[in-house]
Design a protein around this ligand. Structure first.
Ligand SMILES: O=C(O)CCC(=O)C(=O)O
Ligand SMILES: [Fe+2]
Length: 349
């Protein structure tokens, strides 16, 4: 099995020369054992930056998740090496409005691609009949099932901590995220081909995630978040043994803006990591399909200001479909205009 530190095979991230994002590092083990202090730090991160590191050290769940992420990294590299024609058989246009394979040609490139592959949780957990999958994915089904379960265990734990801090009755958020119910949760493989930095492509890739919580594992730099205070783009350094977690727009909606879903984007890896193909592995959690996205009642949410403008209400399923068509703005992207419909940039829906 590949070791948990496969990142050491790459040139280092240049943390001393690049501005990096001030992510808090939280211990999964401390959250599992209900440390009040760690839980409070989590709530701070959820309100202020919307991004944090989750250290998996000392947590059996976390260490299993990282070991599986390393195996899935190998799998995604093999998946993207499949013939383009074969990947095309599993393109979104063919299999589903949202799930499946997607790509964009790298501008000015020699046939290089930015690619993604979305696989739904409900297929892995047998909540529905599965979409067609290439042989290589079917052959690793057990691994993908296990990774899905582990990601959901982490997410369900984080959700229970949020309920406490939001002073909501136990189960308020959990009841909107039952793992056995249909939802837009999915595992995503991302691959960005080698390409120069382009301001236009970087802009087109700015986005917020539109679900609940996202668990991200990446191996090379390139992820940037817009610093909430300075408004500057700063890098998130990949740290071995740490999962990058961020909050999505659904949590902003549920809490009437108390929690933060931060704008981010992916640019080519910085020197000396440039010139390498970049992969990431993402687990996106979403509210159940039938859940209407609107502010919840109770606890601290009741103290949040009311938005005088009536916001369009829709179910989680409709929200996903419309966001993926580029038809809706992300919560924090309002002032920057509509996210690009055309560009397929890693990090975009
Ligand atoms: O590749 C990364 O590091 C981040 C990907 C991302 O933001 C996304 O897929 O939504
Ligand atoms: Fe994202």
């Amino acid at each position: 099995m590949p070791s948990a530190t496969s990142r050491t095979q790459y040139p280092p991230f240049p943390s001393s020369t690049l501005p990096t994002a001030p992510l808090l590092s939280l211990s999964l083990h401390a959250l599992e054992t209900n440390s009040g202090e760690e839980s409070t730090r989590f709530f701070t991160a959820a309100k202020e930056l919307g991004f944090f590191y989750l250290s998996t050290s000392g947590s059996q769940l976390g260490e299993e998740l990282i070991a599986e992420a390393e195996q899935l990294h190998e799998l995604e590299k093999k998946f993207f090496l499949l013939d383009n024609g074969e990947k095309g058989e599993f393109a979104r246009e063919k299999v589903d409005a949202f799930f499946g394979y997607r790509f964009g040609e790298i501008e000015g490139g020699k046939g290089g691609r930015n690619e993604s592959y979305n696989m739904r949780k409900d297929d892995f957990l047998s909540n529905c009949s599965p979409l067609p999958q290439p042989r290589i994915i079917k052959d690793h089904w057990t691994l993908l099932q296990s990774y899905t379960r582990h990601c959901r265990q982490v997410i369900d734990l984080l959700i229970t901590h949020l309920e406490v801090h939001l002073q909501l009755p136990v189960g308020t958020l959990a009841s909107l995220h039952r793992v056995g119910e249909r939802s837009g949760d999915h595992v995503r493989f991302n691959q960005a081909g080698v390409q120069p930095f382009s301001e236009e492509a970087a802009r087109a890739g700015e986005h917020t995630d539109f679900g609940t919580l996202t668990l991200l594992v990446n191996w090379l730099g390139g992820l940037q978040i817009r610093h909430p205070v300075s408004d500057e783009w700063v890098y998130v350094e990949p740290i071995p043994g740490h999962v990058i977690v961020n909050l999505g727009d659904a949590l902003v909606k549920f809490t009437a803006g108390l929690l933060r879903s931060n704008v981010h984007r992916v640019v080519p890896p910085p020197y000396p990591q440039d010139g390498l193909v970049r992969n990431s592995l993402v687990y996106f959690s979403r509210p159940e399909d039938a859940v209407v996205l609107r502010r919840l009642k109770g606890g601290l949410i009741d103290q949040q200001p009311r938005n005088p403008e009536l916001e369009e209400e829709m179910t989680s399923q409709e929200w996903i479909q419309r966001r993926s068509l580029g038809d809706l703005k992300g919560v924090y992207t309002h002032s920057r205009g509509l996210e690009s419909r055309m560009a397929m940039v890693p990090g975009r829906v």
